[in-house]
Design a protein around this ligand. Structure first.
Ligand code: NIG
Ligand code: FE
Length: 405
């Protein structure tokens, strides 16, 4: 063992889900500073580690820190009225067509200051962190002007500075057409390509660029222009695609080596094949499916057959998925989409990391990884999916430092 001045910490007698599998034997994890130094069965734990490391905890279920790879956490206002309208039978698309939906959140978000947005997002972020989340993606998309989109991204960056959580930001200028551009969608796409993306890239505010490829969003041609601009600025792309219809957005995204295509209820086999070839992650959003009372289920068997990595996320937003509990999504991905509990767990760890371009440094408990993990009060990690029960997080460790419990 090398001499080091970083603290060594030891967790023993663990039931471990490491992001890929659940280990049958009791396991131990040694952390050096902010990194995992060693993971292995208790029987192989060295006497040197036993002697020199501070024992933090013995026993419990350990998983990687959970990753919520698709959220719209920063927004102004609320959409409780729209929830009531939908219960009375008005559709999500009709609400959007009447200027509500995303556009009502755009109004409230544009009116809010950075401080307001930060304060309201903080409560939702607290809920996610208390649910074991250590990495979260936050999209813009409720600004729809250059200044308001950048404002949202700055808020997301500020949340990262102020909280023990890794945040990846995504520019989603192509979320909805602002009312002042009705009839001139291409001119709005020009604004995204010529101003929003270059500014976000130059100011280091975006880690990726997303689009809403849909009849009520943007066409394939428009999304492709956004992807080209993103590529020119060295930013990876993602897509909200095949949520309400099949426009081929996922296959387009795959052609641009997208990190992920998300929703994908209407995805067809050609799209699945394109994603498999490109290594694009399929991100399932069961909270939106549930909230909108959708009936069309994503093509899970095809995704398995072609070996497409499957992630699971909250899509936390004020309209289509006002749900800020990632462990509930584990349960919903199983009950609504028939993922296995193990697939669901991989979907909020290893595969979610990949959906954020963090495959090499998040979502796994292996030597060399950042020490982001959670200890849970339960007997098996599979209970995270089988049972919906807040309050089971015993300890949350972020970059080697216990931040909860
Ligand atoms: O992921 N599909 C488009 N965008 C969001 C909805 C956001 C909203 O309704 O405010 C989604 O579901
Ligand atoms: Fe979304």
């Amino acid at each position: 063992m090398q001499a080091t001045n970083k603290p060594l910490r030891l967790w023993t007698d663990l039931t471990l889900f490491d992001g890929v599998r659940i280990h049958a034997q009791p396991m131990a994890v040694v952390v050096e500073g902010e990194r995992i130094a060693w993971v292995g069965p208790m029987s192989a734990l060295s006497s040197a580690h036993q002697a020199s490391a501070e024992r933090v905890r013995a026993g419990g279920v350990m998983t990687p820190g959970l990753i919520d790879c698709h959220t719209h956490l920063v927004f102004g206002g609320d959409r409780a009225d729209e929830f009531a309208q939908r219960l009375e039978g008005v559709s999500y698309a009709d609400i959007a067509a009447n200027g509500g939906g995303i556009l009502s959140t755009v109004k409230a978000t544009c009116a809010a200051s950075e401080d307001d947005l930060c304060a309201s997002a903080q409560g939702r972020l607290n809920a996610l962190m208390a649910d074991g989340v250590t990495t979260i993606e936050i999209k813009s998309g409720y600004g729809l002007t250059v200044n308001d989109e950048l404002k949202m991204l700055r808020v997301a960056r500020r949340l990262a500075e102020q909280n023990p959580v890794h945040i990846r930001t995504t520019l989603l200028g192509a979320h909805a057409l602002p009312p002042e551009y009705v009839g001139q969608a291409d001119a709005y796409v020009d604004l995204i390509c010529n101003e929003m993306i270059p500014r976000a890239a130059a100011e280091g505010l975006a880690d990726a660029v997303d689009v809403f490829c849909e009849g009520i969003g943007f066409s394939i041609t428009q999304c492709e222009r956004v992807f080209q601009a993103a590529q020119q600025h060295g930013l990876p792309v993602k897509a909200h695609a095949e949520q309400l219809s099949n426009l081929g957005g996922s296959a387009l995204a795959a052609r641009y080596q997208a990190l992920s295509a998300d929703h994908i209820e209407w995805l067809d086999e050609a799209g699945v094949e394109a994603m498999a070839k490109a290594g694009t992650v399929a991100t399932l959003l069961p909270g939106a499916f549930f909230t909108l009372r959708d009936t069309r289920v994503p093509p899970i068997d095809l995704l398995r057959q072609y070996g497409v990595p499957i992630a699971v996320a909250t899509d936390g937003n004020p309209g289509s998925s006002p749900i800020f509990q990632l462990t509930l999504m584990l349960n919903m991905a199983c009950t609504l989409f028939r993922l296995t509990p193990l697939e669901a767990l991989q979907g909020v760890t290893k595969h979610a990391a990949r959906a954020l371009g963090m495959a090499d440094h998040a979502g796994l408990i292996t030597a060399g990884q950042t020490a982001d993990f959670c200890l849970w009060n339960m007997r098996s990690p599979l209970e995270l999916a089988s049972t919906v029960q807040p309050g089971r997080l015993q300890q949350r460790v972020f970059s080697g430092v216990p931040t909860h419990g």
